[in-house]
Design a protein around this ligand. Structure first.
Ligand code: PLP
Length: 426
């Protein structure tokens, strides 16, 4: 098929009119399809039904160290829960704090603590600095950006490349400005591109010279076990890389079982050096008397260990793989070879990125909404909601049924074709 940019106005107009008719037919169907967030679908949640019976009335609710999980205490998590997350994250159990149900809450708390009290290696709380800046590889996760925006942290966009953030930009920015205190990273199956950082990127992040002595990498490993392929992407362990580079305190890592067991009733954890964790525990002890240890115990008993988690994730993959495959097939069929869009092809995670021609994403998302398909707001994948090229659309295939998903993607492709034809005709 011809690239559309080579077509003359009459040919483009013919396509435009024909696609518009198809679009109107979809509008008449009054569909309601929500693809705005990456939520597990009901069949995925059913996989963890046994979790609800993992602790029954009359059974002991005692952890391996004798802690009664029903009572107060256990500030930073049960030993068996720490061991489980340590294995999944490739760190030592005493480098882990197991928390409540949300890793996003742990990230938010980490940054608020840094703003109020500082972090080891700093000479004052971040909030007492004239300015605090974070590097934001983009497109990225909208809720990371929302935390910075709410706390008045200035966000600096860094381009995402095929193997992670543009490290030339990152190294320059951290070296020249002491106000740059952090970087957001979703290093495995990034949200929304589905990219896994290369070893070179991990090594450069671990070893780069930062002007701020209290710089931190926020390593949101949300998709650490969320592989779709039998040959999963391998992410180089950042803790060892930081230690080898002589920067053992540089990284805060996060994950949760939100998309392993139940989104909203899972268990979250963070990992950091012992020095970092000692500082965190001091504040945590004021914030809470302890997390939900019954849920921690439930998770440990249900999964039985890290291999149990991995086997469980294969069941998730069996549900998700056909959905990702359907999206990729339709995108290729409807948008391939005509030069109006490109998209990522992840081997795991929850999202993929669809990039339109510059200046088209907002119009596509608005048109899709008018035909009943709700997408993540255009621009949301960039700091302040501003996509400088107005081209990135986040596709979240997990929640809709396969049929609904196919219809939604057909509508999205139609919208991309209509908006692109209109733009080329202008
Ligand atoms: N981090 C990333 C990259 C995500 O995509 C999500 C959810 O979509 C979260 C964190 C939320 O994690 P949690 O449910 O543990 O708060």
């Amino acid at each position: 098929m011809n690239e559309w940019s080579r077509l003359d106005a009459a040919e483009l107009n013919e396509i435009y009119v024909e696609q518009l008719e198809q679009y109107k037919a979809y509008q008449d169907r009054k569909l309601r399809l929500d693809m705005s967030r990456g939520k597990p679908c009901p069949e995925q949640l059913d996989l963890s039904a046994g979790m609800l019976d993992a602790i029954r009335a009359g059974e002991p609710v005692t952890a391996e160290d004798g802690t009664d999980a029903r009572n107060y205490g256990g500030l930073d998590g049960l030993p068996e829960a720490k061991r489980l997350f340590a294995d999944l994250l490739g760190v030592q159990p005493d480098e882990v704090i197991v928390g409540g149900s949300s890793s996003l809450t742990m990230m938010y708390d980490t940054i608020v603590r840094a703003m109020l009290f500082g972090v080891p290696g700093g000479d004052k709380p971040w909030g007492k600095e004239a300015a605090v800046k974070f590097l934001c590889p983009s497109p990225g996760y909208d809720r990371h950006f929302a935390i910075c925006e709410q706390l008045g942290i200035e966000m600096i966009v860094v381009d995402m490349k095929e193997d992670g953030p543009d490290m030339d930009q990152v190294e320059r920015l951290v070296a020249e400005d002491a106000a740059v205190k952090g970087i957001w990273c979703v290093p495995k199956y990034s949200n929304p591109d589905g990219i896994t950082y290369s070893d070179v990127v991990v090594d450069r992040l671990a070893g780069m010279k930062t002007k701020a002595g209290d710089f931190r990498i926020f390593w949101d490993n949300a998709y650490v076990v969320h592989d779709l392929s039998p040959l999963p992407s391998r992410l180089k362990p950042i803790f060892a890389a930081c230690r080898e580079a002589g920067c053992p305190d540089r990284v805060f890592e996060y994950c949760s079982t939100s998309k392993v067991s139940f989104a909203g009733s899972g268990v979250a954890a963070m990992a950091a050096s012992r020095g970092n964790l000692d500082a965190i525990r001091k504040t945590l002890a004021v914030q809470t008397i302890g997390p939900d240890k019954i849920n921690q115990l439930r998770h440990v008993r249900f999964f039985g260990g890290p291999d149990g988690v991995r086997a469980h994730m294969e069941k998730h993959a069996a549900i998700l793989k056909p959905k990702f495959a359907a999206v990729l097939t339709l995108l290729e069929e409807r948008l391939g070879g005509i030069g109006i869009a490109s998209w990522s092809k992840p081997d795991g995670g929850y999202f993929l990125s669809l990039n339109t021609m510059d200046g088209c994403a907002k119009a596509v998302v608005a048109m899709a909404a008018e035909a009943g398909v709700t997408l993540t707001k255009a621009g949301a994948t960039f700091p302040y909601g501003l996509d400088p090229r107005d081209r990135n659309i986040r596709i979240a295939p997990s929640y809709p049924s396969l049929n609904e998903l196919q219809t939604a993607i057909e509508i999205i492709c139609l919208c991309v074709r209509i908006v692109s034809a209109r733009k080329l005709l202008d």
